[in-house]
Design a protein around this ligand. Structure first.
Ligand SMILES: NC(=O)c1ccc[n+]([C@@H]2O[C@H](COP(=O)([O-])OP(=O)(O)OC[C@H]3O[C@@H](n4cnc5c(N)ncnc54)[C@H](OP(=O)(O)O)[C@@H]3O)[C@@H](O)[C@H]2O)c1
Length: 418
């Protein structure tokens, strides 16, 4: 049945009262595959908020790689996790800006009408880790809109109250929806895990991508120097604009990529290119990097371990090209290097990082803003690496600039892409 999208900018109920149904982009197991096929528009019932939950009217949503994985059902089907078995569908979307529409029992910090952005970490307040260690360590920890349904590619979304942050006033709905997941992840990787400081040298893979544009800006804000790895001169110009000291085009060192199953002779040849890459990094940074910012995984990880300085840190949050990593461990132990795993961020880190957006020290980097009818297409562009920076989706907002309530620089426009 065709879903009517003509009323997206118009909701019939006032804050405090929910309509019966809403338009939502839904992934179901029978459609798993390329994003263009996996997402389909459906009309679904609007959920009610339980204790300490909030229903937010989504004004704009942000596109992330996690729902490319959800569409593909790689490396696993998300339908087994979180609340998926209960509801039987996946409504993805782990970034949003919107208006609090209804609060559940126990919520006191937020009221209907408040303008918010949403961070994507959920955990049960009954888990002791939430109260003394870190919510990321809780057995109940889940990424909203990936490991749970009721994400942001819908007119309304259901979240825990602790996920809400004040919307930066100088940003439009689209700008405010675009940055949370990748920015907060990069923040934890660099500030909490790798503990960069003024003078640190950092190598950033995929520096013009979602994580990379924020890693580059965080380095600049912290007084650290960064070099970005990218796949075109245009993307290189973007990362220099964001504060990188320079960039390297990875196509100039294509031979360093680990493919898996190489012969000893091929391995030797690969190693030689990785060494040349490390030399190029040193020349740009003035020395080997103290920290390598990793998420590419299998293809680049051996080069990351080789390139990082003795006693340096490789901090990693993903394995986009493969998650079985192998590398010559002698370069790790002999040079006493560290590998640090990192995953999203806790509410406190999100709050601190969001303050730098509010003050304009870190800015969203928006490539394109699409209409709600283009959710599947936006994920396909990301899957095909045809974007840079971030993609936002208008949901309740009628146009791109809507939602600003204060003067400010807004987002940086990333011009590179398809
Ligand atoms: N654990 C977490 O909390 C967390 C949070 C956010 C994201 N992630 C994961 O991190 C990964 C990246 O996310 P993202 O949002 O930054 O994606 P993105 O916007 O697609 O950016 C990734 C960048 O990686 C580069 N790249 C792609 N293939 C490469 C290769 N073979 N070798 C070197 N560089 C390559 C591309 O840049 P060039 O083509 O310019 O090199 C691309 O811009 C995804 O797998 C995502 O799911 C994990």
């Amino acid at each position: 049945m065709a879903v009517d999208l003509s009323q997206l900018a118009q909701v019939d109920t006032e804050p405090g009262e929910l309509p019966g149904t809403m338009a939502a982009w839904v992934i179901r197991p029978e459609r798993f595959g390329e994003p263009r096929d996996a997402f389909e528009l459906e009309e679904v019932d609007v959920p009610e908020p339980a204790a300490f939950e909030v229903i937010v009217r989504v004004m704009a949503a942000g596109v992330n790689y996690n729902n490319v994985w959800a569409a593909l059902a790689e490396p696993v089907s998300i339908m087994k996790y979180g609340d998926h078995p209960e509801f039987g569908h996946h409504i993805g979307g782990s970034d949003a800006a919107g208006i609090v529409w209804k609060v559940g029992p126990g919520v006191t910090r937020w009221s209907p009408g408040d303008e918010v952005v949403i961070h994507c970490n959920q955990a049960s307040y009954e888990d002791v880790e939430v109260h003394g260690l870190d919510p990321m360590a809780a057995p109940s920890q889940k990424i909203w809109g990936y490991e749970t349904t009721w994400g942001s590619f819908a007119q309304f979304t259901k979240v825990q109250a602790q996920q809400l942050l004040p919307k930066p006033a100088a940003l439009s709905w689209a700008e405010a929806a675009s940055y949370g997941l990748v920015y907060f992840t990069a923040w934890r990787m660099l500030i909490t895990r790798a503990q960069i400081k003024a003078g640190s040298r950092v190598l950033i893979w995929g520096a013009a991508g979602g994580l990379g544009v924020f890693a580059t800006q965080i380095c600049r804000a912290a007084g650290a120097e960064s070099v970005g790895v990218v796949s075109s001169a245009e993307k290189g110009a973007l990362v220099e604009q964001l504060g990188a000291k320079g960039f390297i085009n990875r196509n100039d060192f294509a031979g360093m990529m680990r493919k898996g199953g190489e012969s000893p002779a091929e391995e030797k040849a690969r190693f030689k290119v990785s060494r040349a890459f490390g030399q190029a990094v040193k020349e740009l940074l003035g020395d080997a990097p103290d920290v390598v910012f990793e998420h590419v995984g299998m293809q680049t990880f051996p080069t990351s371990v080789l390139t990082v300085k003795p006693f340096g840190k490789v901090v990693i949050c993903a394995g986009t090209t493969g998650y079985n990593l192998d590398f010559d461990v002698r370069y790790l132990w002999m040079k006493q290097k560290e590998i640090l795993g990192s995953h999203f961020a806790n509410a406190y880190e999100c709050t601190k990082a969001n303050e730098l957006i509010e003050s304009g020290q870190i800015r969203p980097v928006l490539w394109r803003t699409f209409g709600f009818d283009q959710v599947a297409e936006a994920h396909q562009l990301m899957r095909d690496n045809k974007h840079s920076g971030k993609i936002a989706i208008l949901v309740g907002a009628a146009e791109e600039g809507q939602g600003r309530t204060a003067e400010g620089p807004g987002a940086i426009n990333a011009e590179v892409g398809a």
